[in-house]
Design a protein around this ligand. Structure first.
Ligand SMILES: Cc1cc2nc3c(=O)[nH]c(=O)nc-3n(C[C@H](O)[C@H](O)[C@H](O)COP(=O)(O)O)c2cc1C
Length: 179
């Protein structure tokens, strides 16, 4: 059983957070969910069944955590983490993850990206964060938006060392597709 922080910010993509949490809970992992103020608003708009924000002892490095995923991660929160600003619980928990050398996955969501976004991503990547924009895989021919969301969430969990059924595996063969 792993203990994972899921941070949700005000970027579009609450469905991804919902899928990450559902897959973690289905496998029996412990989830500490935190939403930013804007994240709560966007989530209420995008999801029919919003999650409750649960505040926990995650602002301290002494609280053992196996990994953190910010999904979706806004450019605002990305910039704050890259600058060491810890004025929200999500930013503080991410800061702690970096200082304690714990896995930190940022599912950054914005397009197109400006130079500031790119520099912040590069900086955090150099300091150990995994920059993981929600880019879908199409080689396994997903038929629904739900399938795309689940697979994208599963890839983020794989980065935290958690394998789930939804993880898309390419078996190396094109099958009935002309090569
Ligand atoms: C409907 C909606 C969608 C948004 N989508 C994005 C987005 O995809 N990426 C992003 O960086 N900001 C997005 N924003 C802007 C952020 O919510 C805003 O920058 C906010 O201050 C981020 O704060 P937070 O990171 O603390 O949640 C969106 C705002 C709204 C209202």
């Amino acid at each position: 059983m792993k203990r994972v922080i899921v941070g949700l910010t005000g970027a579009s993509g609450s469905l991804l957070a919902q899928s990450v949490i559902d897959q973690l809970l289905t496998l029996g992992h412990e989830v500490h969910f935190v939403a930013s103020k804007l994240g709560e608003k966007v989530m209420a708009y995008e999801l029919e069944t919003p999650y409750e924000t649960v505040l926990a002892a995650i602002s301290s490095g002494s609280f053992p955590i196996d990994g953190m995923c910010i999904v979706p991660c806004s450019m605002g929160t990305l910039g704050k983490i890259a600058s060491g600003i810890t004025d929200t619980l999500i930013c503080r928990a991410a800061d702690v993850s970096l200082k304690e050398r714990r896995p930190l996955v940022l599912m950054t969501r914005e397009t197109p990206l400006n130079g500031i976004h790119l520099e912040n991503m590069l900086k955090l990547s150099r300091y150990g964060a995994v920059i993981m924009p929600p880019v879908p895989a199409f080689y396994n021919r997903p038929q629904t938006v739900t399938a795309i969301v689940e697979q994208t969430a599963a890839r983020a969990l794989r980065t935290l060392g958690i394998m789930t059924e939804a993880y898309p595996v390419w078996n190396g063969e094109f099958g009935d597709v002309d090569e």
